[in-house]
Design a protein around this ligand. Structure first.
Ligand SMILES: NC(=O)c1ccc[n+]([C@@H]2O[C@H](COP(=O)([O-])OP(=O)(O)OC[C@H]3O[C@@H](n4cnc5c(N)ncnc54)[C@H](O)[C@@H]3O)[C@@H](O)[C@H]2O)c1
Length: 345
């Protein structure tokens, strides 16, 4: 088992990466309630015996204020006061919702997460961003508040569908691309073990990714600088996710490939490195070649919340493991997308 600490000044999360972590709840003196992903509840019923559980409906369409209200009502029905500890158990969807509910219920109560997807363990559960979507706009409503603990139990990953698991690998590869060339090399060298969910390799990789994210969040909790690097591949990726119905990691994979090639086009990054990144994404089983309508992608990016003036922040690569945040003029991005999207089909 690995232990890490994320301390932002505004709050501290104690993070564990290991197996059988649910057993730790039994030793907890605090009264707690679990908000659990309904699929996780069905797949692992034995883990929740004799615990107070509120099931959370799954699917991005349920990441709404309606679900938040349902959870408030359940909590009120159970007559909890401010001393309750809320534990979100699930992937990024459930931990995002649970963190928001805990931050607002009775003006904020204590909370922790048990993360059950690869994407959740390396990304969504870490860093304190909690919230829900509104009218189809992602994460429009939310707070930044650090959970007291985050337990990343890779035993849960055994029941994760292949497509979801591979989607999580996109974020793993992203950390290597932006911060750690050695991690990229490790992923490449251990791809078979990673794809077969080898526990030893998983523990090492998940811990490394969390450490990278924790370091970034500690430097810049509210995303005014360094934290932006975590958005590598996400500007285009979010637009793809919204228009093409891919899973988050799948869309980010295509977005990272485009961002790497845009970095080459701008002469920041060597073409052979962009090809290397593409080959790692492909070996992981992630998409990079899909038919895209650049106009659709551009229009969605234009409406993106990070738009500032006539340009937007964009994350470029300088070398493997070394990214930087630059600005790109919208008109220039539009022209580049026309060109780059031709090579994704
Ligand atoms: N807060 C952040 O910083 C942050 C960062 C990235 C993504 N996110 C959010 O995370 C969400 C995506 O997270 P996700 O990819 O974990 O998806 P998810 O939580 O929707 O889970 C994906 C699917 O896997 C199922 N599942 C969960 N754990 C399982 C398990 N152990 N075995 C079998 N099935 C299991 C779920 O029921 C669901 O059907 C999005 O809402 C996204 O906005 C948040």
């Amino acid at each position: 088992m690995q232990e890490l600490i994320l301390n932002t000044g505004s709050g501290q999360s104690d993070i564990l990466v290991g197996e059988g972590l649910m057993d730790r709840l039994k030793g907890m003196s605090q009264t707690f309630v679990l908000l659990v992903d309904e699929n996780v509840l069905k797949l692992h019923p034995e883990k929740f015996e004799s615990m107070v559980v509120i099931p959370v409906p799954t699917g991005e369409s349920n990441k709404t204020m309606q679900t938040v209200e349902y959870l408030y009502r359940e909590l009120i029905g159970l007559e909890y006061d401010r001393s309750i500890l809320i534990v979100g158990v699930g992937g990024g969807l459930v931990t995002d919702i649970a963190g928001y509910v805990a931050s607002t219920f009775l003006r904020g109560v204590r909370f922790g997460f048990i993360s059950t997807t690869l994407l959740g363990q390396v990304d969504a559960s870490i860093g304190g961003k909690n919230g829900v979507n509104l009218d189809g706009y992602k994460n429009m409503i939310g707070v930044i508040r650090q959970p007291e603990f985050i337990w990343c139990d890779y035993q849960f990953l055994d029941t994760l569908e292949d497509r979801q698991y591979i989607s999580g690998l996109a974020e793993v590869i992203k950390y290597g691309a932006i911060k750690d060339r050695k991690l990229l090399e490790f992923i490449e060298d251990h791809m078979e073990s990673l794809l077969s969910r080898d526990k030893k390799v998983l523990e090492e990789v998940i811990t490394k990714c969390i450490q990278i994210k924790a370091d970034v969040v500690q430097m810049d909790e509210r995303e005014s600088g360094e934290r932006r690097l975590l958005n590598f591949g996400h500007t285009v990726g979010h637009a793809i996710e919204r228009n093409y119905g891919l899973l988050h990691g799948e869309a980010i994979s295509v977005g990272m490939d485009i961002a790497a090639r845009l970095s080459v086009k701008m002469k920041y990054f060597e073409p052979e490195y962009a090809a290397w990144l593409r080959s790692i994404l492909q070996r992981a089983g992630l998409p990079v070649e899909i038919k895209l309508d650049p106009g659709k992608i551009y229009n969605t990016i234009r409406k993106d919340k990070k738009k500032e003036g006539s340009g937007i922040h964009f994350i470029f690569l300088k070398s493997p493991g070394n990214a930087f945040s630059g600005e790109i003029d919208l008109e220039e991005l539009k022209q580049s997308l026309d060109d780059l999207c031709k090579h994704t089909a």
